[in-house]
Design a protein. Sequence first.
Lengths: 262, 275, 278
Amino acid sequence: MTSVTAVLRRANVLGLATMLLFLGAWELLIRTGLLDFQNLPAPTAVAARAQQLLASGELMTNLLHTLRVTVLGWVLASVIGIGLGLVLGLWRPAWRWSMASFELLRAVPPISLVPLALLVFGFSVRTELTLIVYASAWPVLVNTIEGVRTVRPELRDVARTLQLSRRATLLKLTLPAAMPSIVVGLQLGLSLALVLAVVAELVGNPSGLGNALILAQLALRPEEMFAYVFTIGLLGIALNAAFRQIVARTLPSAKPFPGKAS
Amino acid sequence: MTIERPADIAPAAPRTQPRGVACQCRNASVDLVSRSGPRRILGDINFDLHDGEFVAILGRSGSGKTTLLRVLGGLVEPTPDSEVSFHGRPVAGPPQDVVFVFQNYAASLLPWRTVHNNVALGLEGKVPAAEMQARISESLAIVGLEARAADYPWQLSGGMQQRVQLARSLAMRPRGLLMDEPFGSLDAMTKASLQDQLQQVHQHTGATIAFVTHDIDEAVFLSDRILVLDGSPATIAHEIPVELPRPRDQLATKELPEFLRLRRQVYDAIVATRD
Amino acid sequence: MTILGLGPADAASAVEPRARRRTTPGRNTRAESFPPLRGLLPLVVFLALWQLVASGLSPFFPPPSDWAAALLDLWSSGVLLSAAGATVVTFGLGLLAATVLGTVLGLAVGASARTDRALQPTLEYARAMPPAAVVPIATLLLGFTGTMKVVVVTSAAIWSILLNTRSGVRQLNPVMFEMARSLQLSRFERVRKVTLPALLPAIFLGVRVAAPVALVITLLVEILTQVDGVGALIAQSQRNYEFAQGYGLILVAGLFALLVNALVSMLQARVMRHRPPA
């Protein structure tokens, strides 16, 4: 197999071609007037508008805001989630005397908190950040607890056979064994952070991609709406990819569970 | 474990007249498509299976015996110039009246159906309800599993699961039975018991049986004729008739001088297939 | 597990702790063991304290008794019931559509490597779209209608079902199908008697994750568009500065989430009770 073929294989030409096909069909249907559905814009119109937004810097500003707040919120949530998760996971009494409460709290969908959060904290970045941290912390917390608590019994026996101290067991066995689960939690938290960011911006924060999306809707500019929606999607993919790269490089053995592979 | 012979299965007619041909294989070849181009794994196979005959197909691992069986079973397509027919009809897909018994019995049973319903699988919608029930009870009785009809396959041992597969095949009243190392992964006692049951089934139903195995003893014990496959592409390297008296007994038959002679003959044939 | 708006469906393959081995027929799902009930103490104490110091707090934080009163009001006026009804209908239809479409698409991409590769970037991209971002587009195209709600919910809930069905198809043992062919089962019979039952565990796994997603997205759409439902009531509480009502409705949302989880578990246990233990 020549290197060109190898590259082509990796790049999934068929897949990209199919995607282009869909876009092309969409464009064609609009151009020929066959599809005239409620202001649905043609892909080329969307691309043109996106180009303009990019050139004016508007897109970038909004993107960076959302990106910053997402990552910041996620980092905070991860610190809280892992910290609390380790305490609850490792210290049985703490778990026994509080986990049920957490389970109930967890059941409440964070989205239902958004309207009241807006009232209490106002329409600001602070609200956005609070919501992000609250929502993203949960998967991190739950997965950390799970990871730490479900260390395989065989590994625990190994620790005892090797006469490892409690500290050594923790550092050399429990934590590394919990890493895959924690990594999964972090990844879930990251996706969630972006989602909450967008939601908060849609309803409450006067900046960011979500906000721009809503403004475009109010101004009746469908091409702009689509441009922002596509950007949000791209941001999600980019964040995920970046996360996987970082994990692959820093924690090569903590590969997420099977089923996560694209 | 002996089989209770259900009253309405008549024993096969004694072998006095020449038998018809159940399966014909002419010029059969199979190509496998691989990265480096097509590779011929079976080449120019020619043989006949006679009605009611029990033929064992023997060979080393990877010798193509399973492939040959799957060709007969319509699960593998041979090359266009091959001619394979069953009961006079060319094989294009699984032939009517012929049932394939798989080595991986666990995977061939549906885990969400009871034993009873697994046996029913091939009969549903094809046979009136009353008759279906009768056939199921009969087949389960033949393999001795009537008591487990309401259980699920995963609750049964390996040997029992294989018996369920057998019962399912029998319920179809097949004229031909293609068995792919059916007892290969079972322990010796279960294997012996199932061999006996298979023998009795063969006696009573007169079905034509093609049986793939790598166990020489088993091949000699069960069959009327042994085909040894070898080569690359594989062909029938040896054909050894087995004329031992029936019914055959696990101990008595295996002590006969003829059994030992045949055993050695087959063993030599297999060893000769080593390059 | 309630997770908001699972955009990237990496939550689709959420961590499932090791199932306990069973040898008798029974529940085949991971035993949903709730942690010891004494763990409810902090919550109870917290609520009790809140109740006690209520008068000292700002009107932003009314005591739990006020929430109950507000909810009772909503109930007796029939508003809560009709809102709950709207939420349930959207949730149910959305989940149903997601299951059907997810299964069909999952089958398509699982069965054919070609189709899989062809659709992969498109699906991957669609999956990455946070549902919240989809809402404005949906209202643009479909207006503020019940249909719009269901479409958004379906678009979010479909992923875990699709992915799990796809992985289920890939894990099907070909022997089962050869066996079915050998028994002369027609194509239709094979799909009905072998393929679908064999895929049921995978589909259910997808549904288990999709159900909470469907609920959350239903609420999301309702909050954002205020068409109807519990979410719309929550948004309304915000507009009218009705804090007690708001908190009460948050509780209702939490209750729904717990109910959905319980129902799905029960359904799964029922449908899969004869399957081999995991």
